[in-house]
Ligand binder design. Structure first.
Ligand code: HEC
Ligand code: HEC
Ligand code: HEC
Ligand code: HEC
Length: 183
């Protein structure tokens, strides 16, 4: 009798502890490009911050704040300016469709298609200890891509009102940002 009871209470405790542990793990929030850039800006790391800043992805939200963008949005029947239209933001920005509590202080929607748009919100993986271990980083929300061309066409496709034929090799040349080989 006592045996059965202790098995039952063991199970209850296990479930409760397991549950609260699950609750403890905070949802990943967006930390913003400068937080990633703290490390990813040196020659040794590969200057990803500069490469991104000089790419059109960093301008993708600002592009929505232009007259041209508003005209395109209006022609498609949207009642709001492009920069407030979800059907445009979905490819031009991050963070507009999540709970505000998941936006870090330094996150800026104006940064358009940013590090975390492609690599996932970073609060849980951005520490050096986690980042250094690829498996750990992925387990904590880092998104890496195997088929880059397929990933690109999740935005570079005919749903874009200004779509032009997407040539992966040419386009990758313009935005690639590898970590230099150390040997
Ligand atoms: C505290 C320093 C630090 C911060 C902050 C940081 N990283 Fe890293 N990151 C690293 C290091 C170190 C590596 C391992 C690089 C290597 O392979 O030498 C790495 C690796 C990566 C990789 C490559 C993963 C792979 O192996 O394919 C990506 C992608 C990445 N970081 C993205 C980000 C993003 C996005 C942010 C911001 C949310 C960020 N990092 C913030 C230090 C950092
Ligand atoms: C989240 C959506 C999104 C993803 C994913 C994405 N892009 Fe883009 N990309 C954009 C938007 C939006 C623009 C237009 C920015 C602007 O002009 O304001 C753009 C512009 C570009 C440009 C500049 C266009 C030009 O003609 O010079 C290049 C190059 C580019 N992307 C390459 C890529 C590559 C390569 C990938 C995949 C590794 C990729 N993009 C993935 C949204 C995306
Ligand atoms: C499916 C993803 C996607 C959606 C949705 C999207 N865009 Fe874009 N947008 C892109 C990409 C990718 C580019 C860069 C290359 C291209 O035009 O295909 C771009 C480029 C642009 C440009 C610059 C093109 C130029 O020639 O100056 C403008 C302006 C623009 N988009 C406005 C809008 C507006 C307004 C909306 C909403 C009505 C919108 N986009 C919705 C992906 C998208
Ligand atoms: C348009 C999408 C996009 C944006 C924006 C972007 N990346 Fe990447 N990044 C990729 C893709 C695709 C790869 C190659 C596959 C992979 O490792 O995920 C990559 C690879 C990397 C790598 C690994 C390179 C290697 O040699 O293994 C690092 C580090 C990295 N990105 C960091 C960043 C940082 C930091 C930012 C912002 C400053 C950023 N990325 C912005 C799409 C993007």
């Amino acid at each position: 009798m006592l045996g059965k009871l202790s098995i039952v209470s063991f199970l209850i405790v296990t479930i409760l502890v397991g549950y609260s542990y699950g609750q403890d793990k905070k949802a990943n929030s967006f930390v913003g490009v400068d937080a990633c850039g703290m490390c990813h800006k040196t020659d040794k790391q590969g200057k990803q911050l500069d490469i991104w800043k000089n790419s059109k992805h960093s301008q993708a939200f600002k592009t929505l704040q232009t007259e041209k963008a508003d005209t395109i949005a209006a022609e498609l029947g949207h009642k709001t300016p492009a920069a407030q239209t979800e059907a445009c933001l979905k490819c031009h920005a991050s963070g507009f469709d999540v709970d505000k509590a998941l936006l870090g202080e330094k996150f800026k929607i104006e940064d358009g298609v940013q590090c975390e748009t492609c690599h996932g919100a970073g609060s849980n993986y951005k520490s050096l200890k986690v980042m250094k271990n690829r498996q750990d980083a992925i387990a904590n929300g880092l998104v890496v891509h195997e088929k880059n061309d397929v990933f690109c066409t999740s935005c570079h496709n005919a749903e874009s009102p200004t779509h032009v034929d997407f040539k992966f090799d040419e386009m990758w040349e313009k935005i690639k940002h590898p970590t230099p080989k150390t040997n």
